[in-house]
Design a protein around this ligand. Structure first.
Ligand code: PEP
Ligand code: MG
Length: 776
């Protein structure tokens, strides 16, 4: 990759410019940028020797682009070239590019693998977008690139919805996203009649002057043309990464489920494979009409669902459905299907085949976010085939327990929560989009039932609290489940009456019962749910919808919004990325054992910048709201020391770490539990993550259906470690539990018995846990 050197009279200026440029690129894609700025004594100036060293540090063998500020910076850089080995000097380009704009453009161009010429050219064109915008009245539209192909393999039109248009960061995201595809892509601003320009060039994209409401035409050619256009459409539905899920929603208005974790009823089994065996194929004209009608039907369904999703589950889920809709009029999808129909292929087969190809194209990409789009393709395929064959699309109006392979978001939104008394998924984990929506809507959910035989109409009963599921229960088993539903309903009603009251033990000690928050929707109604605050913000889930790292300000505002919604303290856990929680903007290398690998705090040892940005946000938010912070996946005390050094550095960047900021760590690794005293020497609290602690103590992966029977946080081995932590930590260190076990009232009571003084449960469980602790 091309390296970059910034030569400036002022170190502060160079660092700030670099900070801005690095906002445009993420993790492993970042080029090496070395600063040669200011003199050793801290005064302003440039030093040829320092520039030569910086070039050596930035050069990987591919070449180095040097950006310079004023006057003697140029002289120093020229002298540096003379000092360097001629081989190296031969692959160094000194550019006349503007420092800030050039650095941003060069950083993006280098990050997507541009060669020395391309990176230099991008840097030198750095001013074009700004000039073009300011001179628009006189200069008219920019010149088209030298060669503009007139044909294309895939095309779409998208709208720019972000308040600030396609400004630098969204444009950088677009350029980086397209780098993954083997396609040449051109963009035209249809509204402002600008372009076409090469979508792989940040400076060219800037000349489109694309503002909010403008429509862009996207044309692509090459082997990945369709996937590239689909990727742009997807980005557009998410305002090119500019939509930040920071708003706390109004409480959902539409139908809510029972809020219980138990259900019993006749199974409504929805097959993922739509049965095509009885489909009678018509002539090509008939098939084409059927296909078009199915597309219209599904588009109308999804349009309705998008509106419903916004109120039932939150705006971020509505965006997912918009992405589904976008597939329906994608020429790269629809065109080949129509062609196949003309060639006498039946519409369902033609459509399935095209969707299979698209599924495979996404599934093969290495970026986990893009891979996940394969699921969108499957969901749309199912819906269109259902419309073609006149079968149910999953919007069932039968009453019972829905059994599905995986729960896609559209279906989770569409469910009638009064009729569907529970949902059983066979696969897909408990943190997928659909599962999150179902939970947010209070629909009882049992995930990962595997291949348990269940036929439509069989009675199925489950208790997700104790992870029990039975198909075709005996009379007495069924009666016991029905009794459980009645008991849990009563239990909930009583608990809710007293939810807002504190829990005070017989000896006068108060136990706080907080809530775990992932999506902004989880924060709805926290006060009414009785939560004494937020004991765990899973930041990787809160910002998991974004495709770029949120800025310091965006994160700080999100934390402050949560504190307002909770009307109490908010415990921000720093990025717990890795293993089962991939983030598109913090990519990690594939590993054989990711749960034992680079995850949580460990992921930032090589590049702490994303962690630093988050800690800056914590410092900013903590000045305005009761925010505290904790670090995940700590094994040894020196990791706490390292994390605290990062916190000091983050504080230094934003005017200091606020006085009294409470800092803690999660205890999720047996080693940390066994050394709780050393770990907490410099901390004010710890929070035990029983999900991970249990998997590491029992050597049973938390997502593996085959070892679920070992994953019991109530196992004596786990309980003994928790008790040990309570005994070991110093007197000023609070011990909390924030794993899922804290949502189980019986276990929560046992944790309190051994000394835990704070619990953080899923919001619907808070009232129940409080009631149990009070002995109600
Ligand atoms: C845990 O491990 O218990 C925990 C709360 O963290 P997560 O489930 O997010 O890994
Ligand atoms: Mg954990």
């Amino acid at each position: 990759m091309i390296g970059i050197v910034v030569v400036s009279h002022s170190r502060a200026l160079a660092e700030a410019a670099l900070d801005l440029a690095l906002q445009m690129v993420q993790g492993e894609d970042r080029p090496t940028v070395v600063i040669a700025a200011g003199l050793d004594d801290g005064s302003l100036g440039t030093d040829a020797m320092a520039v030569a060293e910086a070039v050596g540090g930035a050069d990987s063998g591919d070449g180095v682009v040097v950006l310079l500020d004023l006057g003697s910076a140029v002289l120093s850089a020229e002298m540096a070239l003379e000092m360097l080995d001629p081989d190296i000097a031969g692959r160094v380009r000194l550019t006349s590019a503007p420092l800030v704009e050039g650095l941003v453009a060069a950083t993006v161009a280098a990050s997507v693998g541009g060669d020395l010429d391309a990176v230099t050219r991008e840097a030198e064109r750095g001013l074009i977008g700004k000039q073009d915008h300011l001179d628009a009245a006189t200069s008219g539209p920019p010149a088209a690139p030298e060669e503009v192909p007139t044909s294309y393999d895939a095309r779409a039109e998208v709208e720019v919805t972000g308040a600030h248009g396609l400004h630098a960061r969204p444009a950088a995201l677009l350029v980086r996203t397209l780098a993954a595809y083997d396609a040449s892509v051109r963009l035209r601003n249809v509204s402002a009649e600008r372009g076409p320009v090469d979508a792989h060039s940040l400076s060219a994209v800037a000349t489109l002057d694309a503002r909010q409401g403008h429509r862009l035409s996207v044309e692509a050619s090459g082997p990945d043309a369709t996937a590239a256009v689909a990727a742009v459409r997807d980005l557009a539905t998410r305002a090119f990464g500019d939509s930040v899920a920071t708003e706390v929603h109004d409480p959902p208005l539409a139908t809510r489920g029972s809020g219980l974790d138990v259900a019993v009823g006749p199974a409504i089994v929805l097959d993922e494979q739509v049965d095509l065996s009885t489909y009678v194929v018509g002539s090509p004209d008939v098939e084409r009409e059927r296909f078009d009608a199915a597309l219209r039907t599904v588009d109308a369904e999804l349009e309705d669902l998008t509106t419903t999703a916004a109120t039932r589950a939150g705006a971020e889920h509505a965006e997912v459905l918009q992405a589904h809709r976008a597939l329906l009029d994608d020429p790269g999808v629809v065109g080949p299907v129509r062609e196949a129909i003309t060639a006498k292929v039946a519409a369902p087969q033609a459509f399935s085949r095209r969707m299979d190809e698209l599924h495979d194209a996404f599934a093969q990409l290495t970026d986990p976010y893009q891979q996940a789009r394969a699921q969108d393709v499957d969901a749309v395929r199912h819906r269109v085939l259902a419309a073609l064959t006149g079968r149910s699309d999953g919007t069932t109006d039968e009453r019972g327990v829905l059994v599905v392979d995986t729960l896609d978001p559209a279906r989770a939104v569409a469910l009638d929560a009064q009729q569907v008394v529970g949902v059983v998924t066979r696969r897909g984990g408990s943190t997928g989009h659909g599962a999150l929506i179902a939970r947010a809507r209070g629909i009882p959910l049992y995930t990962d039932a595997g291949d348990l035989p269940i036929a439509g109409g069989d009675v199925v009963a489950f208790d997700a609290r104790d992870r029990r599921i039975t198909a075709r229960p005996s009379e007495s088993e069924r009666a016991a489940y029905e009794q459980l539903v009645a008991d849990r309903t009563r239990e909930r009603a009583t608990a809710e009456q007293h939810a807002r009251e504190p829990v005070v033990l017989a000896d006068g000690t108060t136990v706080l019962v907080m809530a775990n928050v992932g999506t902004p929707a989880d924060a709805d109604g926290l006060v009414a749910a009785g939560a004494d605050g937020i004991g765990l913000v899973r930041t990787e889930v809160l910002f998991g919808q974004l495709s770029v790292l949120p800025t310091v300000d965006e994160q700080a505002q999100a934390f402050i919004a949560l504190a307002r919604a909770a009307d109490g303290p908010v415990t921000v856990r720093t990025w717990d990325v890795g293993a089962d929680k991939p983030l598109p903007y913090l990519p990690l290398a594939a590993e054989d054992n990711p749960f034992l690998g680079v995850r949580g705090l460990r992921a930032f040892r090589s590049d702490p910048e994303p962690l630093l940005a988050q800690l800056q946000a914590v410092c900013v938010a903590a000045r305005q709201a009761p925010v505290r912070v904790m670090f995940p996946m700590v094994s040894r005390p020196d990791e706490v020391d390292w994390a605290l050094t990062q916190l000091s550095e983050a504080g230094r960047r934003v005017g200091g770490v606020p006085d009294g900021l409470e800092v803690g760590a999660m205890i999720e690794v047996p080693a940390a539990a066994l050394r709780a005293r050393d770990i907490t020497r410099r901390l004010s609290f710890v929070s035990i993550g029983t999900n991970d602690l249990t998997q590491y103590v029992m050597a049973a992966e938390r997502g593996n259906t085959g070892v679920q029977h070992l994953l019991d946080a109530g196992d004596p081995a786990v309980l003994r470690l928790i008790a040990m932590v309570c005994d070991e930590v110093g007197p000023h260190v609070e011990v909390a539990v924030c794993g899922d076990a804290a949502s189980r009232p019986e276990l929560a009571a046992r944790f309190v018995e051994v000394g835990v003084r704070e619990l953080s449960a899923s919001p619907p469980a808070v009232a129940l846990v409080k009631a149990r602790l009070r002995g109600q």
